[in-house]
Design a protein around this ligand. Structure first.
Ligand code: UD1
Ligand code: UDP
Length: 381
């Protein structure tokens, strides 16, 4: 029987980290012919992940421009991918999550009448401007897709509430599969991380990059960070700064020149996961890190007004700190001074996956294409 030709499309760092184990899984199985097209919406941050997982794309649209707009990304992906789809004619296009690559990739496939499989489907805040533009991207991909690989039961319920009912599979999140490859005992390559004394000082990992935080919210977050750093002298705050020019300029303006705030270059996934696992806690507006840190037993303060990942909030390891300077400072101070509060949050919980999401996703595709008789069993935490 002819293998099912699956084209995986991704372009940014988080998509790559979460699609990498699935690409590896599809590549292992005889029922699939697995191809990869990267848009390179991110260039350096994508290439780092590709080399971490040793993935060599079949197509590279190389679209990134400095300070690109959403329209730039959308139009460049649509044009570039359209050509690839016309020549390859895959049976299925896989996209991941909620970036502009995700939306434009799904739309390009739809224009060629090629079914779309949406990995990490069904996450919602139900606020169209937060996160922006991700919430609308994932809603639109939900409508475009033929197969929905929802990490959790809540994500599947969100889809059903939008009357999307067919071909929903609860798989767990592939990020937990990815962590099986990235977590190891190795030492750090980054010069700053090599010098940190994790057992004597309290290391806080910080990331902040979201578009809806540009402007006053990001400035308010950074003012809180400065207050934390100057109020607690046994603390080191490590911020691998995203390559976005806006983020870098704002971080430099507010956070540079402080002895215990370390602005470093983006880390590769292995080093990042190692940093989280050795940190006291994490402050972040990232999506993926809200899934990874709880799995590593690290409390997370989410630097956003809302989250599409309520499961770890319900489990008590993630707190929604928002973007208000006072509130962030209060919550961080509590974690640093109140060991009972800290211990309540520092528990390893894994509502997002069991490390077998890629197997379930591959099984679900095989089932959808009639190669397998039964659907995979749902993921239960
Ligand atoms: C994008 C996604 C966001 C995701 C984030 C992950 C959209 C609209 N946003 O946001 O959902 O959370 O990626 O990090 O899809 N840059 C480089 N090199 C890189 C990467 C970025 O120089 O390797 C710079 C470029 O100047 C680029 C800018 O960063 O123009 C912003 O990148 P872009 O992908 O547009 O937005 P992100 O904020 O990264
Ligand atoms: N990450 C990384 N290096 C860094 C910062 C983050 O490898 O310097 C990883 C992080 O562990 C997670 C992913 O990148 O797996 C999250 O990406 P990002 O925060 O850029 O995007 P989001 O998840 O918010 O879409």
């Amino acid at each position: 029987m002819k293998p099912i030709k699956v084209l995986s499309v991704f372009g940014t760092r988080p998509e790559a980290i979460k699609m990498a184990p699935l690409v590896l899984e599809l590549g292992k199985r005889h029922e699939f012919e697995s191809l990869v097209c990267v848009t390179a919406q991110h260039r350096q941050m994508l290439d780092g992940v590709l080399s971490c997982f040793d993935i060599k794309p079949d197509y590279d649209l190389d679209i990134m421009q400095s300070a690109q707009t959403l329209s730039d990304i959308t139009s460049r992906v649509l044009n570039g991918l359209g050509e690839v789809l016309k020549s390859e004619k895959p049976d299925l296009v896989l996209v991941h999550g909620d970036t502009t690559t995700t939306f434009a990739g799904a739309l390009a496939a739809f224009y060629e009448r090629i079914p779309v499989g949406h990995v990490e489907a069904g996450l919602r805040t139900f606020d169209r401007y937060s996160p922006f533009p991700e919430e609308m991207n994932r809603c639109m991909v939900g409508r475009l897709a033929a197969y929905h690989f929802a990490p959790t039961a809540q994500n599947a319920a969100n889809l059903r509430s939008e009357r999307i009912t067919d071909n929903i599979f609860i798989t767990g999140n592939t990020v937990i599969d990815a962590m099986r490859c990235t977590i190891g005992d190795g030492s750090f390559k980054d010069e700053t991380l090599k010098k940190l004394v994790f057992d004597k000082r309290r290391v806080i990992t910080l990331t902040c990059h979201r578009r809806e935080n540009y402007g006053e919210p990001m400035e308010s977050i950074f003012r809180a960070v400065v207050r934390i750093a100057s109020s607690f002298d046994n603390v080191d705050i490590v911020y691998p700064v995203h390559l976005s020019p806006y983020v870098r300029e704002t971080a430099r303006k507010y956070l540079s020149g402080k002895a215990n705030i370390h602005l470093i270059e983006p880390l590769d996934a292995m080093e990042m996961h190692r940093l989280i696992s050795k940190s006291f806690f994490v402050m972040t507006d990232s999506g993926g890190i809200q899934e990874e840190a709880p799995a590593l037993g690290k409390p997370v303060l989410v630097l956003r007004r809302e989250t599409e990942r309520p499961e770890a909030v319900a489990a008590g390891t993630v707190a929604l700190a928002g973007v208000d300077e006072e509130n962030i400072f209060r919550l961080a101070s509590e974690l640093l001074t109140d060991s009972a509060s800290y211990d309540k949050m520092a528990r390893a919980v894994n509502p997002y996956g069991d490390g077998h999401a890629c197997e379930r996703t591959a099984d679900a595709i095989a089932y959808g294409f009639g190669v397998r008789k039964t659907p995979p069993e749902d993921f239960h935490p």
